[in-house]
Write a protein of this length. Sequence first.
Length: 192
Amino acid sequence: MTFEELLDFVNNKMRMSHVYQPLVIEFLAQSGGTATLRQLATNMAAADEAAVGFYANKISTMPVPVLKERGAVTRDGEVISLTTSQLTYEQRATLVAACEARIAKFLAERGAGVWSGLIETLPVPESIRYEVLKRDRKCLLCGAGPDQIQMQVDHIIPRSKGGSNDLSNLQVLCATCNRGKSNRDDESFTVA
């Protein structure tokens, strides 16, 4: 395909059922025309506002408060900083290597599955999610409604323990109750 044909494809012929196609072409253009699948995935994750928001929330609710309490970081609004003074190049490299070693040890002990609870690898299809929300209408644990807090579809038997996206394995919980339940148990709050 010539440049003109590619540009015409982007401007006029690309079917926009989602945002991924133009992002891949944009990332490839920015990288000089070639990138690995991992490089594309990394760029995609950085561009995914839902993923960025998810990680911003996760970072600000757990590791940052713990690190702040222990004196390792400070926080001023959206800005997070190490509490140490300016690091030299060697200090930065040593600190990065120490963190990478801790991560490698943690992954070796617990397995790569530690990442699986962070993002939805097999999200509940929208049509099934709709059916569950229509059926349950409110948090089955605390009773909160969608006008009070965000509702989420919970796997009764967590996917990390073999649970499926079948309607019988799904229930509505508010965001707070779902985070509290996490994947610790297979409690069903549906009325029998």
